[in-house]
Design a binder for this molecule. Structure first.
Ligand SMILES: [Zn+2]
Length: 160
């Protein structure tokens, strides 16, 4: 994860495509993370999904990772074939709302048509949007434990 995040200035505004493609790692390593034009529809889908989440949470979200070109995905240790590479996924926090688990529960309770919602390492929320949203919910605390079904606390209680 990178340390600098983008905050969305106002509720109900979409994050810019530039914010969705920004990466401190890419800048530090000289990786060109510009998306191909063919991915713009996906990035726009992600944009509007994140705006809906920001409206739901009522507080600015901070995006740490959105689109990743193949080289950047490898550099950050992303899962090969990740939806980040398609411009369909973002990792974010919303400190004005609550913890990643609290954020995930609010999204789970909403009608937002996400594809995957993953609480990752107790530190951020990964969300993706696709034309065929599965509303799949997962939690991962460590690579050793792997993905667990649902939104799960660190001590193993499944909340959603
Ligand atoms: Zn992610």
């Amino acid at each position: 994860m990178t340390s600098t995040t983008y905050s969305l200035d106002a509720i109900a505004t979409n994050p810019s495509i530039a914010a969705l493609c920004h990466s401190d790692t890419a800048l530090a390593r000289g990786i060109d993370n510009s998306p191909p034009h063919s991915l713009l529809p996906n990035l726009q889908r992600l944009q509007s999904g994140l705006a809906a989440i920001q409206n739901l949470l009522g507080s600015a979200i901070s995006i740490s990772s959105g689109y990743r070109c193949d080289e950047l995905n490898r550099a950050v240790g992303g899962v090969p074939g990740s939806q980040h590479q398609e411009g369909l996924a973002a990792d974010f926090e919303c400190q004005g709302f609550g913890s990643p688990i609290e954020i995930a529960l609010a999204i789970a309770d909403s009608a937002i048509a996400f594809d995957q919602l993953i609480v990752e390492f107790g530190r951020w929320v990964h969300i993706s949007f696709s034309p065929t949203p599965r509303r799949q919910m997962l939690t991962i605390y460590s690579s050793a434990r792997g993905y667990q079904d649902g939104i799960v606390t660190e001590d193993g209680r499944r909340l959603a």
